[in-house]
Every structure is written in structure tokens, then in C-alpha cells.
Design a protein around this ligand. Structure first.
Ligand SMILES: *Cc1c(COP(=O)(O)O)cnc(C)c1O
Length: 230
């Protein structure tokens, strides 16, 4: 079995190769390590191998993990579905939220962001696969949502995020990521972030402009969902 450090090196090599193949600077592509369902010790190992940014989907699990890792200078990203009664701890304990898909959530995050912290970095999650996915705003709703979010004082709108319908076909993978990039360009808001690409499709995402790839399985191994998460 590979160690987390070896996996980080392998994923780093995949990112650099994909960047080179499309003439991009690999320094413009961040690796977000998705540590959901994995123990704090796995985060420690990844940190020891140079990884600073971590993504979590389940709030209570994330808060517990953060509490046992306060000795490390980690940057936490919330990437899961958001219930409106859970916005306060998200506003208090994360640097980024990638999964904002409606204005009510954005307003609550802005109101609840503590004044002593920098503005919360926000990506709007867009449903680029139509009916196949339930999360994310529709492309039709995006412009109004994006413009409204730019008006909220304690948020910094950085870009867009998508989780396209899984497919092994690189042409289809690229088409979905290209759609997200085109939507971002269409907004004309000078946004600098495209959060797209996971373990199985990071090459396609980088080819279409990803600036964060969100990688779980390829770093930490397969997830065991045997214990249900709230
Ligand atoms: C779990 C998850 C990932 C990581 O997926 P892998 O296929 O394990 O790399 C990325 N993004 C989101 C939103 C996730 O929920």
C-alpha cells in the first residue's frame, strides 16, 4: 500500500504533467486534499508531506478533526452541501466555501463571518450536468446569484465549482469543465478560481482551466462509508 506522502507526490506529478500538456503553469493549480471520512492522523501525515489545504464535506466531522489539529497551520475548505442552520460554524471555522448555491446561504455566511477574520472565500457551485445532479445552482440562476454575492461585505467571491456527472469518457469530462469555464467567463467579474476535477478526472479539469483540484481517493485511498455521517 502506498503512503500518503507517496500519493501526494504522484498526484503532484499528474498535476504537473496535465499542466504541461495544456501549456499552463502548474503553480496556478492548487491541490485541495479532501480528507472526509479520514482520521486526523491522515491529515497530519499529509501536512508532514507539505500539504496545507484540506477539504471537508461533513460539518461535525470537520469540526472534530479541526479541534484535534489546532497545532498545525492548516487551511480548511468546506465543500459539502450546506443546510441553512449550519452556516454559523462554517463561517467561523473555514477559510473557503466551495459549495454555495443559493443567496440565503451566502447572506447568512456573510452576516455570521467573525469580524476579526478575513472575508470568507466563496465559490458558487453550479449544476453543469442538468438533472443528473441535485446540488448547485442552475446556469440560468448563476449571474443573478454571482452579482448578489459580490455585494456581501464579509465574503469574497472567487469563482465557480462543479461536480459533473461521473464519466470515464475524457471528451465528456472536458465538455462539462469547459461549460463551467465558459459560465465563469460570461460573468465578466474577474474571478480567479475554478474548483473542478477529482481523482478520476483531474487531467480533464486542468485542461479546461481548473485552479483547485479536489482530490480524496488518490491521496488517502478509498473511503469507507460503513459508519453513517450526519
Ligand atoms: C469527495 C469529494 C471529492 C474527492 O473525490 P475523489 O474522487 O475521492 O477524489 C471532491 N469534491 C467533492 C465535492 C467531494 O465531495
Amino acid at each position: 500500500m502506498s503512503t500518503i506522502a507517496e500519493n501526494i507526490a504522484k498526484v503532484g506529478a499528474r498535476i504537473r504533467e496535465a499542466a504541461q500538456a495544456s501549456g499552463r503553469d502548474s503553480a496556478s493549480i492548487g491541490l485541495l486534499a479532501v480528507s472526509k471520512t479520514k482520521p486526523a492522523q491522515a491529515v497530519r501525515e499529509a501536512f508532514a508531506a507539505g500539504q496545507h489545504d484540506f477539504g471537508e464535506n461533513y460539518l461535525q466531522e470537520a469540526l472534530d478533526k479541526q479541534a484535534s489539529l489546532t497545532d498545525l497551520p492548516l487551511i480548511w475548505h468546506f465543500i459539502g452541501p450546506i443546510q441553512s442552520n449550519k452556516t454559523r460554524p462554517i463561517a467561523e471555522h473555514f477559510a473557503w466555501v466551495h459549495s454555495v448555491d443559493r443567496l440565503k446561504i451566502a447572506e447568512r455566511l456573510s452576516t455570521q463571518r467573525p469580524a476579526h477574520l478575513a472575508p470568507l472565500n466563496i465559490c458558487l457551485q453550479v449544476n453543469v450536468s442538468g438533472e443528473a445532479s441535485k446540488s448547485g445552482c442552475s446556469p440560468d440562476e448563476l449571474a443573478a446569484l454571482a452579482h448578489a454575492v459580490t455585494q456581501l461585505p464579509n465574503l469574497k467571491l472567487r469563482g465557480l465549482m462543479a461536480i459533473p456527472e461521473p464519466t470515464d469518457d475524457p471528451v465528456q469530462q472536458r465538455a462539462a469543465f469547459a461549460r463551467l469555464r465558459e459560465l465563469q467567463n460570461g460573468l465578466d467579474l474577474g474571478l480567479d478560481t475554478l474548483s473542478m476535477g477529482m481523482s478520476h478526472d483531474l487531467e480533464a479539469a486542468i485542461a479546461e482551466g481548473a485552479t483547485w483540484v479536489r482530490i480524496g481517493t488518490a491521496l488517502f485511498g478509498a473511503r469507507d462509508y460503513g459508519t453513517p455521517n450526519p
